[in-house]
Write a new protein. Structure first.
Length: 143
């Protein structure tokens, strides 16, 4: 399963904020750290704030920070909320399915089981888990 850039950037923003607890971080700082357009990150940050993972503070000394503890944010949940579709193939969506063999195909069941296994693994990881190598991450961001 390939994630969209929106989800990728969402995870990157959350990871950056998890390694900078109790700080207000400017979107431009995160954009520079990852070599990503500030404009793209602003859209991502709005979405993260709507989901309640990020708190934004306006004004001259504003910025953003995590709205929840990193240990409470599950990677699988972030992906579920930020991906537009989690359907690996067309037949998962009854409204748009045109596959003529769908009623007899076992592949859909196999893919559904694989998707569930994928999320079981990702739900075992929290933001705190993926941010645990903070010193190394900070070194890489400074390059």
């Amino acid at each position: 399963m390939q994630l969209t850039l929106y989800t990728d950037y969402s995870l990157r923003v959350l990871l950056y904020l998890a390694t900078h607890p109790n700080q207000l971080v400017d979107v431009g700082t995160i954009a520079t750290a990852f070599g990503i357009s500030r404009h793209h990150l602003l859209k991502v940050v709005r979405g993260l704030a709507q989901h309640g993972w990020v708190e934004t503070v306006r004004g001259r000394n504003g910025g953003l920070r995590l709205a929840q503890k990193p240990a409470t944010i599950r990677v699988g949940q972030v992906i579920r909320q930020t991906e537009p579709t989690l359907n690996p193939v067309e037949c998962f969506d009854r409204a748009t399915n045109t596959c003529p063999i769908a009623p007899a195909c076992v592949l859909k069941q196999a893919l559904a089981e694989a998707r569930e296994a994928y999320f079981r693994v990702l739900d075992g990881y929290t933001l705190a888990t993926i941010a645990r190598r903070k010193p190394l991450l900070e070194t890489l961001w400074k390059q």
